[in-house]
Design a protein around this ligand. Structure first.
Ligand SMILES: Cc1ncc(COP(=O)(O)O)c(C=O)c1O
Length: 403
């Protein structure tokens, strides 16, 4: 079911013809599409009362590890837990520095602090807004033990050079792939580069559960076992219910979420292709002179990257003004993220130096609507609204002090 360019229709088969605005995303459309296939299994699990772990979780973990090209997947309660448990399981803690990009969601850096280690912030590329091997190298000190590379917005940075830089420095690579399900660098999937990769299945992610969920994937079996144990109160392997090897926590993946995730995984590639097609449509329309003349910049996609466009991020002058004008025109937008991590109050004590690219970008970035059920007409509508918003907020020469 698709409109003329492949947009899936709504569950009742209707394609919106009249547009009064565009939402930022549409989670109900994804749920509606997947529900007929998962309803029976969902109901059976619900009525059987088997909610924690079990075959649905094991099946999803196997498919997700295979999808990512990793040996093992451990389903968890959130992407935040995935990061924290991964760091703890890798033995990172007090006295260790872990490098994170300044442009990311706070969970990346907060996990380092919660594990007892010290986050050290790296700047990002002006073009892709991702960490580079240069910004990584600048942040490495003798105390650095690991780097969390974040595939922000759905794009992997240059993993060839980042992994090489980390290897030369003798530090571990962890991927924060919370926004990058199915993304690739040079033909290799997110999740297959680092010692471990952390995924979020928060409902709005490209692969999202019907609530909070997450996973770590890794090809190191002992690391997978330790994370699984830590997420289950540090229980020993096997059937020892009240024998504990570690002080752990409760961060298990629920069976109902696993059923939803398996159902959605069967659609992930179709949904990703649609996101990529929508991004091309945006790039074509927003690449026109009328936009560049008004200061709009697209975020770059590297030629070797398969960007899965969790978010479609542009940069505009007077971002907050443009956002307000878009809201007046019914277009919902987001900002990812308005304050760089090292400027957030609980993390400021770790900010040691200016990070100009991340700081500059934070005031300009704007995330436009992007979701698999978005139609071509909605893309046109957003771009028309954006042209209007840029005109409405353009700085008049006299206001800018130009004579
Ligand atoms: C880059 C990044 N890392 C980590 C997380 C945390 O994931 P969760 O919300 O599942 O805890 C998110 C989620 O928003 C994220 O975008």
């Amino acid at each position: 079911m698709a409109d003329r360019a492949g947009a899936p229709t709504s569950p009742d088969g209707a394609v919106t013809r009249e547009i009064a605005g565009v939402p930022f995303t549409d989670l109900a459309a994804m749920a509606g599409e997947v529900w007929p296939q998962i309803e029976q299994e969902y109901r059976a699990c619900l009525l059987a009362g088997a909610y924690i772990g079990g075959p649905a979780v094991t099946a999803f973990e196997r498919s997700w590890a295979d999808y990512c090209g990793a040996g093992h997947a451990v389903g968890l309660a959130s992407g935040t837990d995935a990061l924290e448990l991964c760091l703890i399981a890798m033995g990172l803690g007090p006295g260790d520095e872990v490098i994170v990009p300044a442009n990311t969601f706070i969970a990346t850096a907060a996990a380092v602090v919660r594990a007892g280690a010290t986050p050290r912030f790296a700047d990002v590329s002006e073009d892709t807004l991702l960490m580079t091997s240069r910004t990584l190298a600048e942040a490495i000190t003798p105390r650095t033990r690991a780097v969390i590379v974040v595939h922000l917005y759905g794009q992997l940075p240059d993993m060839t050079s980042l992994v090489a830089t980390a290897r030369r420095a003798g530090i571990a690579v962890i991927e924060d792939a919370a926004q990058a399900h199915g993304a690739e660098w040079d033909g290799r999937r997110a999740g297959s580069f680092g010692e471990a990769a952390c995924f979020s299945f928060y409902p709005a992610k490209n692969l999202g559960a019907f609530g909070d969920a997450g996973a770590v994937v890794t090809s190191r079996p002992e690391l997978a076992d330790r994370i699984r144990s830590l997420a289950n109160h540090g229980r020993s392997g096997g059937s020892a219910h009240y024998e504990h090897d570690y002080i752990g926590t409760n961060s298990r993946l629920d069976a109902l979420h696993a059923i939803a995730l398996s159902g959605k995984l069967a659609r992930l590639d179709t949904w990703t292709k649609r996101r990529i097609a929508l991004a091309s449509a945006y790039q074509e329309l927003l690449g026109r002179r009328e936009f560049s003349d008004r200061g709009l910049r697209l975020t770059a996609t590297a030629p070797l990257a398969r960007h899965v466009y969790h978010l479609f991020v542009v940069r505009v002058p007077d971002r907050d003004g443009v956002r307000a004008e878009l809201a007046l025109r019914g277009v919902e937008t987001g900002v990812h993220y308005p304050v760089p991590c090292h400027r957030q109050p609980p993390l400021r004590r770790f900010a040691e130096r200016p990070l100009p690219a991340a700081e500059q970008a934070a005031g300009e970035i704007l995330s436009l609507p992007m979701f698999p059920h978005m139609t071509d007409r909605q893309v046109d509508y957003v771009c028309d609204a954006l042209a209007g918003a840029l005109r409405a907020t353009a700085v008049r020469p006299e206001a800018a002090g130009v004579q």
